[in-house]
Design a protein around this ligand. Sequence first.
Ligand SMILES: C[S@@+](CC[C@H](N)C(=O)[O-])C[C@H]1O[C@@H](n2cnc3c(N)ncnc32)[C@H](O)[C@@H]1O
Length: 270
Amino acid sequence: MMVAAREASLGPIHLGRLTVDAGRVPDGRTSYQVLSDVVAGQRRVLDLGCGDGHLLDLLAHAHPRRLAGTEPVAEPLSVARQRPALAGAALAVACPSALPFPDDSFDACVSHLALAQLSDLDRVAAELARVLAPEGVLAVVLPGGAVPGTAYEVFNDLTRSVLEEVPVDRRQPELGDRRARHRAGLEQVLGGAGFGQVDWRTIRLDLTGGLDQVWARMVEIYDLGPLDPAALATLRRCFDSTVTVLPDGRVPCAMNLHLAVAFAPGGFTA
Ligand SMILES: C[S@@+](CC[C@H](N)C(=O)[O-])C[C@H]1O[C@@H](n2cnc3c(N)ncnc32)[C@H](O)[C@@H]1O
């Protein structure tokens, strides 16, 4: 497919918060609720890469607890700071490999669709082991790709062909450490920092909806800003003519997420 791109390079996968929050796992929860439930009962919780504070907000409403969140840039935190439930939370602009918290600050750390974008994962893991209490829980949601045969896969394939049209020097470098994409890789990273075995579950996140709704969700997931309007219109036409539309007008769409849970190193034993 021939498409034109504007001056800037195409953005990386964005994994828009609104799209992901619209999705449902098989038992009807959002992936944010899944993560919140994993750390139910934990009192001091850090959200690494907390974005606009949506997950922290859920955590604040679930139990009274001490919350903290970090982002590498200030802008998403300004949204998080406007949430009344987060008035007492420690929201910090911080590099995930140099967290501004003392040792043993948290009983749990959650991270929703952020860990897989980090490149210095070994240092991040060591930092998480430091700020977590002995045997504190680390629970992360990682992207697991399109569910085959759904509109998510169609969009992925079409977008990949768009990216192939963009000159290499204008493409965004791939983000993240590939080891965060599979259990053995994550276990290697976390094991190096003393974490125990990783409990790994793949969960389907259903994003099915009407054609316009599913298109809007897909566009929110990727940063397609650099595409010119004509290219975007071409992409949309290809999308409309390729996806499956059910007799009731709904378009099947789903992505996989991985839920990984591990425990921080224990305290010293005599
Ligand atoms: C898809 S957003 C997820 C935000 C939030 N956790 C959510 O799910 O709503 C990805 C997050 O990854 C984090 N991130 C991406 N690249 C990063 C980098 N190079 N250094 C630190 N954090 C980064 C940012 O915190 C960003 O908010």
